[in-house]
Design a protein. Sequence first.
Length: 91
Amino acid sequence: MKNILRIALSSVMVTALLFAISSESHAKESRFSKFDANSDGKISVDEIAARIKKPSNAPKRVAALDVDGDGFLSPEEFSTKSKKKNKKKNK
């Protein structure tokens, strides 16, 4: 009986963990898709400019996060922005 309870509890914990990971991933994708207006999988300076209060800051913002230097933000580069923002909030 104890083994059955352990297995059930473990199963519930694994399911909860997978759900949390999935929810976080979906939230990141959702934030990215709000900026990716043409759904090409990358965010341009123009797409950033259309979504921020000071569009003139868009080139600077993209350049600060554009690791590969292609002039666009990939989902990975964009998520770096989110991580930096969360670190500032936690300080």
